[in-house]
Design a protein around this ligand. Structure first.
Ligand SMILES: [Zn+2]
Length: 292
């Protein structure tokens, strides 16, 4: 049933591209070689890691059936090997579709992903998970090692940070964006204290590339700046929150809402979506006072 829906969606996309002159050139995939057997493929607002192993190919976040089809074509230009593993960076539904395009691949995710399998009315999630892990999983592709690490909630609760230790490459999703604040709208399911913790940890690693899924820019400096932004955000709200907590805990919600109006971080004024700073401030305030 789910397969039929997805096939129909693919057919609809195909029909659009044949009939619609605007789509005549087709969407572009930007492929970049990052290291021996390791590539990034940036297309339709998602950047996937592609690792060519001895017996198969590992990819991250196909996103949706149409984009998965594009990846499949692009990978075929590099190797005859099939996609054998699809790693989900987290459970958010816009990242996880399209696994049916690679019918023989194992879907790999952090174990919390499982909780969402019966909460998916549109059928966007994969039909099943083939491999899950709790804290860490190391995948030997024959050509290189791909480590998956879970540090707790951040942007979602089934986070798998993807790390290639030999190549110095890391993949995260939705925790930072190059020279931009994440749009406030997309913070609904983000624990920004978790983002801060992970980004500060990764900022100490020896890295050559840092992929954040929605950007083609892979400079490690963007990850470091993302960590700094979260630290500055924390430092801007914590003293007030701590004081209110000591003096009048019942006033915490009001204090957090007010901080959303008053805190400014001029250092980031030039960043895209700076107008959404208030939502980041409130998110940080509630992460500190409320968890979630
Ligand atoms: Zn997300």
């Amino acid at each position: 049933m789910k397969l039929n829906v997805k096939t129909a969606a693919l057919a609809a996309f195909a029909a659009t591209s044949i009939n619609g002159s605007a789509l005549a050139a087709g969407p572009e995939v930007t492929t970049q070689k990052l290291a021996e057997n390791v590539y990034s493929m940036d297309a339709l607002h998602y950047n996937s890691l592609v690792v060519i192993g001895e017996d198969g190919v590992l990819i991250t976040d196909p996103a949706n059936p149409f984009r998965a089809g594009l990846l499949k074509e692009e990978i075929a230009k590099l190797t005859d090997l099939p996609v054998s593993r699809i790693v989900m960076t987290h459970e958010h539904y816009d990242h996880v579709g399209g696994t049916d395009v690679f019918p023989n691949a194992d879907v790999v995710a952090q174990e919390n992903f499982e909780m969402f399998m019966d909460k998916d009315p549109l059928g966007m999630l994969p039909d099943q998970l083939d491999v899950t892990f709790k804290d860490a999983l190391s995948i030997n592709m024959g050509t290189t090692i791909v480590d998956l690490l879970h540090f707790g909630p951040a942007d979602g609760i089934a986070i798998a940070v993807v790390h290639l230790p030999e190549e110095g490459i890391v993949v995260t999703s939705d925790m930072y964006a190059p020279k931009a604040l994440t749009r406030g709208l997309f913070l609904t399911d983000s624990n920004v204290l978790g983002n801060r913790q992970i980004l500060n940890e990764l900022a100490t690693w020896d890295l050559n590339y840092a992929i954040t899924t929605h950007s083609g820019e892979m400079g490690v400096e963007h990850l470091v700046e993302g960590a700094e932004f979260h630290n500055d955000l924390y430092d801007a709200v914590y003293p007030t929150i701590e004081q209110v907590y000591q003096e009048n805990p019942a006033g915490l919600v009001t204090a957090v809402i007010e901080l959303g109006e008053t805190v400014k971080l001029p250092k980031y004024e030039s960043w895209e979506n700076y107008k959404d700073l208030g939502e980041h401030v409130r998110k940080m305030g509630f992460a500190i006072t409320h968890g979630g």
